[in-house]
Design a protein around this ligand. Structure first.
Ligand SMILES: NC(=O)c1ccc[n+]([C@@H]2O[C@H](COP(=O)([O-])OP(=O)(O)OC[C@H]3O[C@@H](n4cnc5c(N)ncnc54)[C@H](OP(=O)(O)O)[C@@H]3O)[C@@H](O)[C@H]2O)c1
Length: 294
């Protein structure tokens, strides 16, 4: 199975389908990532704040794959924002991952209450890029106002903005802004599997009748249809699972194609209701997490 590549705005190529490890316990991460690499994934998404970069690195090392065969991306947490802190945070992440160079390094969140520190962090990413320590840089969970401010103040346009995108929360205006600036939309929770659900919010994209109908028509699962929808609309998708059968299922999405009508039917499911936290409300008081040394 060949995963199509996406060419980022600086010419670096990245497999469109990646493997996520948010909420994968550190001691299970090596096993899950090893399974993903065995199945054929060549793109892993982790984060300093997930506490499992070491498991990703261990699986990578044990796989015997060449370093250049696997696209590794990770994220800087808000505690490490500021220019010097972010430069050091790269060292922590690279050390845990056991790599010299990180393929894509992104800021995990905007920190609107301390945007100067966010800018300092981004400038550190620009330095790491210029020094060849990372191959591409980007952001995550930036809303239009954060992105516009960033774009006014920095030199290197982010290669990606990793944001919540699934059939029930699609952020079309933000995706249009990305397209205008050549920023790739990378979808987190691409099958709607977020576990940030607010009390009383129990909608499941995996049980949506429109998606299930389309899935039946192709002899595929709801998860496979959602991943296909994301890829056909030009997004990068990074589903997470710790189960071998689902890891394989989520990779098996390249032998069918959704029609324009099917894509439109899924587009029409948008509720504009966010499952994850509102990025604007992330502060160091509420989301502080010290990132240990490597
Ligand atoms: N930047 C950010 O702020 C941010 C936030 C959230 C996520 N992310 C990234 O995006 C990745 C994906 O997001 P996510 O983990 O929240 O959600 P997701 O990939 O949409 O869904 C994962 C959930 O769905 C289950 N699942 C996986 N495959 C399935 C299948 N084929 N059928 C039914 N259920 C399935 C998983 O359970 P099992 O593991 O038990 O299979 C898990 O509970 C994360 O792992 C992380 O790398 C980034």
């Amino acid at each position: 199975m060949t995963v199509p590549n996406i060419i980022l705005n600086n010419g670096v190529t990245m497999p469109a389908l990646g493997f996520g490890v948010f909420q994968t316990p550190p001691d299970e991460t090596r096993i899950a990532v090893a399974e993903a690499l065995k199945v054929g994934y060549r793109h892993i998404d982790t984060a300093a704040a997930y506490g499992n970069e070491r498991g990703v690195g261990d699986a990578l090392k044990a796989s015997g794959l060449a370093r250049s065969d696997v696209f590794i991306q990770t994220k800087i947490w808000i505690n490490d924002y500021g220019y010097d802190e972010t430069l050091h945070s790269f060292t922590k992440s690279a050390g845990k991952l056991g790599v010299e160079q990180i393929d894509l390094l992104i800021l995990h969140q905007p920190l609107p209450s301390a945007f100067e520190r966010t800018l300092g962090a981004y400038r550190a990413l620009e330095t790491l890029l210029a020094d060849g320590k990372v191959r591409a840089i980007g952001v995550s969970n930036f809303m239009p106002e954060h992105l516009e401010r960033l774009l006014r103040e920095i030199k290197v346009v982010p290669a990606v903005n990793q944001i919540e995108v699934h059939p029930y929360f699609q952020q079309p205006e933000l995706q249009t802004l990305h397209a205008k600036h050549g920023i790739l939309t990378q979808a987190w929770a691409p099958i709607g599997g977020i576990t940030f659900y607010r009390p009383g919010f129990s909608k499941s994209t995996l049980e949506d009748p429109v998606i299930l109908d389309i899935a039946r028509a192709h002899g595929k699962s709801a998860a496979q249809v959602m991943l296909r929808w994301g890829i056909q609309e030009g997004r990068s998708v990074i589903p997470k699972s710790v189960k071998a059968d689902r890891i394989a299922e989520n990779f098996d999405v390249f032998d069918f194609e959704l029609t324009q009508d099917q894509l439109a039917a899924i587009d029409a499911l948008n509720t504009n209701e966010r499952g994850g936290p509102v990025p604007d409300r992330i502060t160091l008081d509420t989301f502080s997490r010290e990132i240990p040394e490597a």
